[in-house]
Design a protein. Sequence first.
Length: 194
Amino acid sequence: MYADDKENFPFFLTLRKWSNAMHSSQEFRCFVVESKLVAISQRNTDEYFAFLATSESEQDRIVGLVGDFYEDVVKGAFLLENFVMDVYVDSKVDRVYVVDFNVFGKQTDGLLFSWGDVRQLRENMRGGVQGGDDDDEPEIRVVEGENKVRVDTLSSYKAPLDTIGLAGDGGFDDFMKMCVKPSDMDEATSDSDS
């Protein structure tokens, strides 16, 4: 279904409680395959947090907290066997909060995992490789250094869905051409002052 099929396009309003106290280093994306938590990725892959990258004990603590939260709260309560959930780990009180549930598949960014990685991790836990054990803990991945930061190449193209029709028949590209960049405004102001 495409956005220009306005009559049949399903719109949903999702409300989330806003908190500016959430630190981006404590947000994680969790991958669940066949009701088994198999992978945890740092959510903000465009930032490097040295304390996450250099502390194996911090990574183990996060895996333990998220794993316990999944087993005690989410597993069995969520109807799907395959899904992705974003969580926030409050380090001050060692508590985990669900931020979001996402589709299990390529529509959802795998962040520091490929979708093949996620499926392979589940196979390994099932015993598909030597030493595999269904009780294995999930693998955690964090940005390992300043030079490993993954920039979102599409971030400069993000816009609300309802801006698509603003330029009329020309579409979104024409709308973007009508927009004035702040740097262009500064140049136009300085030219008129001369």
